[in-house]
Design a protein around this ligand. Structure first.
Ligand SMILES: Cc1cc2nc3c(=O)[nH]c(=O)nc-3n(C[C@H](O)[C@H](O)[C@H](O)COP(=O)(O)O)c2cc1C
Length: 148
């Protein structure tokens, strides 16, 4: 877990991949993210990528991932990836399944990834230049950020 914490802290951005479980993100992913807390993720962007076996591609999970990831401090970029019937898009080795239009999928995925890279590079520069201006994370109690 310490090794994972270090890798999360070192990253400039995150691709948050989740299946849809009961119209929500994977409980396992939520549990993992909660374990570390916002200080490791904040001031960085994230991209939401969801999938499901059904026709909506995890779009409903993605809606609540936006609020979750925003609270964690790694703001999601506007473009999102949703993969309906994921079992028909990729094969077990991670390549496109026979008959799938891979170039079209690459373009769809690339839109989100290009936004993520743009924001990750911008945020990295800003973290390096404006470290002293960042608002402090609460250190004892969430009440530290209450309105007066
Ligand atoms: C408890 C549970 C809840 C699920 N809820 C949804 C759902 O709300 N919407 C949906 O499209 N698929 C749902 N599914 C189907 C999953 O999207 C599908 O099983 C998917 O393959 C899970 O990804 P995984 O195999 O990587 O865990 C659910 C599956 C399980 C086991």
């Amino acid at each position: 877990m310490e090794d994972l914490a270090r890798r999360i802290a070192e990253a400039d951005g995150y691709v948050m991949v989740s299946p849809e479980y009961n119209h929500s993100m994977s409980p396992a992913l939520g549990h993992l993210l909660n374990h570390f807390g916002s200080s490791l993720y904040s001031w960085k962007p994230s991209a939401i990528a969801t999938y499901s076996a059904g026709q909506w591609g995890g779009a409903r999970a993605a809606v609540n991932m936006r609020t979750f990831l925003s609270e964690l401090g790694c703001l999601p970029v506007s473009a999102m990836i949703h993969v309906p019937k994921a079992q028909e898009v990729w094969d077990e080795a991670g390549g496109y399944a026979p008959g799938v239009d891979g170039a079209r999928w690459d373009g769809y995925l690339g839109r989100t990834f290009s936004q993520l890279v743009w924001w990750a590079e911008a945020a990295r520069r800003q973290r390096a230049e404006g470290a002293a201006e960042r608002s402090a994370a609460f250190t004892r109690d969430p009440a530290q950020r209450n309105a007066p």
